[in-house]
Ligand binder design. Structure first.
Ligand SMILES: Nc1ncnc2c1ncn2[C@@H]1O[C@H](COP(=O)(O)OP(=O)(O)OP(=O)(O)O)[C@@H](O)[C@H]1O
Length: 324
């Protein structure tokens, strides 16, 4: 992959990292244009946090890795400049629960060498932006999970970083807090910030990311927009559910290409869900003289892609569209 440090906020080639015999990153390339959201997806232990740690200077890549440029700075020769350009919010929060939200913010301002006045102003602005003004004088330990996460990101933004690494920013948040966080991330990007996001929630990558890379076994096994990734795998199918075991058996005979689930009396038939294919399935059922209790059409989503690419198995059934 070619990298142009001037237009790419993050550009890394042949990134390698092993712990002993265990190869965590096996020569991956990462390239993230400025002002976009890039999402690194992968199962637990795939190496997402390791990639974030390397790109944010917390640990070093192994010898044999290629160049890493962050914000146009060479990470190997100018790690200080990289640190000044980035913000990192990890899985383990930097929030100190014993002090107030405002004190946490002021501590960050100190770390960024802002004057007392500048620090106060930045803290007040960010607390306001993240809807934390009311809680600012309370110890952070009393905050809800969503508030702590917002404070964490607010702290990350004190130095006005142009590139932000968010390592699983919404893990453990309830749906409303997760949606709020998505709004915050979108707002950051509309201000021109580049976001490198790791997540276990495929829906999150689907919602937010301009580009998604799937990490598995140390390699990037697919990369593209959510739609491009969805086109990679077939995954579409029709499911027929029966309550009558005899009807289920007859349909199973009639539809030989169906995958059977004898426990739930369900047949799954590969299909693009088109009207023509649905009609032919219904014709088969008619000619066999059986009625299904439920017919559902499933189109591939990012979950299918993820399961297909990272384990070779399909995920448990989930329906997108229902026709009765
Ligand atoms: N300091 C370390 N020493 C040894 N092995 C490590 C170390 N850090 C990470 N690993 C191993 O490297 C692999 C990748 O870990 P990493 O935390 O990067 O995965 P991840 O994709 O972020 O996973 P998760 O989604 O669970 O956070 C794991 O098998 C982990 O056990």
């Amino acid at each position: 992959m070619t990298t142009t440090p001037s237009t790419q906020a993050i550009a890394a080639t042949a990134l390698r990292k092993a712990y002993g015999d265990k190869i965590v990153l096996d020569g991956i390339d990462i390239s993230v244009p400025q002002g976009t959201i890039f999402s690194l997806l992968g199962p637990n232990g795939a190496g997402k946090t390791t990639a974030v740690k390397i790109l944010s200077t917390l640990i070093s890549a192994d010898a044999g890795s290629g160049d890493i440029h962050i914000g146009g700075h060479d990470l190997a020769t100018d790690p200080q400049a990289v640190r000044a350009a980035i913000g990192v919010t990890g899985q383990f929060s930097a929030v100190d629960g014993l002090i107030t939200g405002e004190e946490n913010m002021l501590l960050m301002a100190d770390l960024h060498h802002l004057s007392k006045e500048e620090g106060k102003r930045a803290a007040a602005e960010l607390l306001e932006r993240f809807d934390l003004t009311e809680a600012a004088q309370k110890p952070a330990a009393t905050y809800s999970g969503g508030m702590k996460r917002r404070l964490d990101i607010a702290m990350t933004l004190v130095g006005n970083p142009r590139i932000i690494f968010l390592d699983e920013p919404t893990t453990g948040l309830d749906p409303r807090s997760r949606h709020n966080m998505w709004g915050i991330i979108r707002e950051l990007v509309s201000d021109g910030v580049t976001v490198f996001l790791t997540t276990q929630y495929l829906e999150e990558a689907d919602e937010l990311a301009d580009r998604i890379a799937v990490l598995n076994d140390g390699k990037i096994v697919a990369e593209g927009t959510a739609d491009e990734l969805k086109r990679l795998i077939p995954g579409g199918h029709v499911r027929l559910r029966f309550s009558d075991p005899a009807a289920y058996q007859s349909a199973g005979y009639a539809l030989r290409e169906a995958t059977r689930d004898d426990e739930s009396l369900t047949l799954q038939i590969p299909s693009d869900g088109s009207q023509r294919e649905l009609r032919s399935i219904l014709d088969w059922l008619d000619s066999a003289g059986v009625d299904a209790d439920e017919l559902t059409v499933h189109t591939p989503d990012l979950d299918d892609v993820f399961f297909a690419l990272t384990s070779g198995t399909s995920k448990p059934n989930q329906t997108k569209e229902t026709v009765r």
